[in-house]
Ligand binder design. Sequence first.
Ligand code: GLU
Length: 468
Amino acid sequence: MSDSPRYRFAPSPTGFFHVGGARTALYNWALALRTGGTFVLRIEDTDESRNSPEWTQGIIDALSWLGIDSQSPRFEGPYFQSQNAELHIAAAMKLHAAGKAYWCDLTADQIQERAKTSGKQGYDGYSRDRGLAGGPGHVLRFRVPEGATIVSDLVRGEVEFANDTIEDFVLLRSNGSPMFLLANVVDDIEMRITHVVRAEEHLPNTPKQQMLWEALGATPPIWAHVPVLVNEQRKKLSKRRDKVALEQYREEGILPNAMINYLMTLGWAPAGDTEIVHWSSMVEEFRLEDVNHSPAFFDIKKLSSFNGDYIRAMSLDEFIQAASPVLASTEAWPADRFSAGVFVQAAPLVQTRVVTLSEIPAMVDFLFLENPAIDDDAWNKTMSADFARTVLADFTAAIASAEWNHDSLKGILETWTEANGLKLGKTQAPIRVAITGRTVGPPLFESLEILGREETIRRLTAGIARLG
Ligand code: GLU
């Protein structure tokens, strides 16, 4: 066997796929690709009360959306932790046989009682030398050795933990089931993992896990704990408070490439003066040693701006393709009124003006609705101008026989505007509202050109009538 690096991503399927998990997965994937190593996917599904197959499927779909290709020779898995329970128990028994673990029958209350008396927090190793056998109500505890544990972490440097601050932790619960710490290490050993790259919240577990690797006779992996993601208030992203589900961003029209690029820059920056870089350069350049250890701000505005850049970088065909699922699933207009041919004409106007795909329907709905709803504020604001009625009437009359293209339509309004000593920005507004119902949208004259003479005149006439 070659000794190329083996990375892994080990999510628990207990909820929506978190953007933090997505970043961890991408870091591991980029490293596996660059080093000719392997990315192992292990689903840590041992918490039966919180798991569901639906969340597992969510993980698999999300990884594929992020370009983590399960068909690639660099990809291995998915493995399911719950299928390895026997291995976990066997490892615990091996530690017991070697005197590195022991049974304990103290209840949580008894442990607390002893801690109160001694004034020292946590479990005090009471059963270390009692030689108890396993049995109902007995947990198996790891005998933490004396000394210190030095965790050498590629992101955080060397972190030293005094072993006497670590209690003899539980490996097997009193019902015989393995604890997460044990299962996670035994699987990593079994899967010959060489690099554990994961979220910073697991750092406190690491000295315990490193002791387990050593006690099981294995060489501990290279550790790297990547910084937490925080919100605008610099609080850790939480699913209760913040928008953390990758799925949600996907539904809102964030493009996978923009998301991938943005996630990679949370704690790391590519060389050069732009952060917008192709995936292949990120794979080439990404090094754990360059990952920052301070918390990374998950800035939704910045993500949107990345997305806008990615949208503008698409060819028109790519943009039309990316937009089609959004157009097909929107409720902005009745399905039978949509015309792909009309959208193709409008697409260049829209592509430069949206930052997410989900903004597209509101930009083009006036082309597909018989009578677009007119926003009251927009109406009141624009139609209160003293020239509103005249500009609508004169423009309607003038375009009846005009050449039908945006230059000619613009010329007509420009002439009228100059003659009346006004500004085009002002005189366009009532026309736009009468046509689209809104004060903002794609360029007006191009929009009219696409909408067509007859429909333009019909809406302007309706606008005049509404003015009374
Ligand atoms: N299953 C753990 C989690 O989802 C990951 C543990 C690890 O990466 O070691 O947080």
